[in-house]
Design a protein around this ligand. Structure first.
Ligand SMILES: [Zn+2]
Ligand SMILES: [Zn+2]
Length: 253
């Protein structure tokens, strides 16, 4: 089914870059964003807060990550959310192009340090309604591609969103925190094994691994912090976070 959807997408899409509309060579026809555009995406670089990766100059303790749960020790983003990178996120989120996740993951894998081999990726879940409307979860698409590139396990079933939270776009940092409070929970999952049999996979076992939260965009970190809080409350002791994009926060000084 996935390969049929892939083949249909290939037929329907012209083989041109999503951002600059340059025609893609046949060997790159699986890409949605050309290599030139990807190289233009501006990496987030140090100096930054060692914990949250925010490159603002800091005098005294960082305000952005001071209220994070202790288990969330580090967050990094690959590129600034601007220009073509913003266009790619938009395509992933709103244009039904889950395959852009692979192009974005390639850039993340190049710019962000690979987590340790025992780490498990955990994409930030969507609420049930939003997921149904979109047909997929964009963070899950990104995490699946990253898991492949990094050779790590991806566990999209571990974390669930207990309610559909309103979109964060228009909210101040404080309002964002309130908006996502208590929005996540852990679930045990029945997993389909490779040989077709089913096994009950206890969330407890996964929580003993270092977990890496995956999201498309980091704005204030409120969503990541809240997801980390749910994982920490369930017993996870080592949590980090990786996002593709980082948005600058206009009202954060
Ligand atoms: Zn391009
Ligand atoms: Zn910080």
């Amino acid at each position: 089914m996935a390969s049929l959807a892939h083949a249909l997408e290939q037929l329907l899409l012209p083989a041109e870059c999503l951002v600059c509309h340059r025609l893609l060579g046949r060997q790159f026809s699986d890409d949605l964003v050309c290599r030139v555009c990807r190289l233009r995406w501006r990496p987030v670089r140090p100096p930054w807060c060692e914990r949250c990766g925010q490159p603002e100059p800091h005098f005294g303790p960082c305000r952005l990550c001071r209220a994070w749960p202790g288990a969330l020790t580090v967050a990094r983003s690959a590129v600034w959310l601007e220009g073509g990178a913003r266009r790619a996120v938009h395509a992933l989120k709103y244009d039904g192009l889950s395959r852009v996740g692979r192009d974005m993951a390639a850039v993340v894998a190049k710019l962000v340090e690979r987590p340790p081999a025992e780490a498990v990726l955990v994409p930030i879940p969507l609420g049930a309604k939003r997921r149904a409307r979109r047909g997929y979860n964009q963070s899950e698409a990104l995490a699946a591609a990253l898991a492949q590139l990094w050779g790590l396990t991806n566990r999209p079933e571990l974390l669930v969103r207990t309610r559909d939270t309103p979109t964060q776009t228009a909210l101040t940092p404080a309002a964002r925190l309130a908006n996502v409070a208590g929005a996540f929970a852990i679930q045990n999952a029945e997993l389909r094994m490779q040989n077709g049999s089913r096994a009950y996979h206890s969330a407890f076992n996964i929580l003993r691994s270092p977990l890496v939260l995956i999201d498309d965009v980091f704005t204030t970190g409120a969503t990541l912090a809240e997801a980390a809080r749910a994982l920490a409350n369930a017993g996870c002791q080592s949590i980090s976070a990786v996002t593709f994009g980082r948005a600058s926060i206009p009202d954060f000084t």
